[in-house]
Design a protein around this ligand. Structure first.
Ligand SMILES: Nc1nc2c(ncn2[C@@H]2O[C@H](COP(=O)(O)OP(=O)(O)OP(=O)(O)O)[C@@H](O)[C@H]2O)c(=O)[nH]1
Ligand SMILES: [Mg+2]
Length: 182
């Protein structure tokens, strides 16, 4: 059995914890803390009105791909004040899924920049809140100004199959990037 580490990242409330929870075959470890009204000025809850908690350290889960590859999944915190932890979380990872809320792409710009700067292979998963994808894949690619070879796919973080497809896409992309650099 080969196991690798994968990071699930993205802006505040884009569905990272949901993604790890739906795809993990073990009960995920979560570190949720209640969102207080004190954070109201900092976090824009208008897009996720039902959200009552936020990740303060990480999510942890595990998913096995058909090929027998075991993925250890590390979800990042989304609130900007916890981003200092990302440097530790990406340690040893082969790549990242950057989740984007289809309605507010800009909230995931910093995450895209982060992985470009870290030189870690990543894919973009456009999480269709309310099943809506208001932008075409090409538009998202352009808005995020990601390299043409970065896969941008639609993804429903609540659906196991969809999340798994995102993981397979990332592993393939990371392997191609790895081979390309040798
Ligand atoms: N409609 C819809 N709601 C979603 C989807 N994914 C997540 N949600 C909801 O959106 C909210 C945010 O989800 P989380 O998984 O906590 O997001 P997160 O990225 O982990 O958030 P932080 O850790 O606080 O940055 C929750 O209320 C979810 O139920 C989706 O694909 N569609
Ligand atoms: Mg979370």
């Amino acid at each position: 059995m080969t196991s690798v580490k994968i990071v699930i990242a993205g802006g505040f409330g884009v569905g990272k914890t949901t993604f790890v929870g739906s795809v993990s075959e073990i009960t995920p470890l979560t570190t949720e803390a209640a969102l207080t009204s004190a954070s109201g000025d900092v976090d824009d809850l208008s897009a996720v009105p039902g959200k009552t908690t936020t990740t303060v350290a990480m999510d942890f889960g595990r998913a096995t791909l058909d090929a027998g590859l075991v993925l250890y999944l590390f979800g990042t915190p989304g609130q900007q004040r916890f981003w200092f932890m990302w440097d530790d979380l990406i340690e040893g990872a082969i790549g990242a899924v950057v989740l984007v809320d289809s309605r507010r792409l800009a909230d995931s710009f910093p995450a895209v920049d982060y992985f470009e700067a870290a030189d870690l292979p990543f894919i973009v998963g456009v999480n269709g809140f309310h099943g809506e994808y208001p932008h075409t894949i090409g538009d998202v690619q352009e808005a995020l100004s990601v390299n043409q070879d970065v896969p941008v796919i639609e993804c429903d973080a609540r659906a196991r199959k969809s999340a798994k497809t995102a993981l397979v896409t990332l592993v393939q992309h990371a392997m191609a990037a790895h081979l390309g650099s040798h």
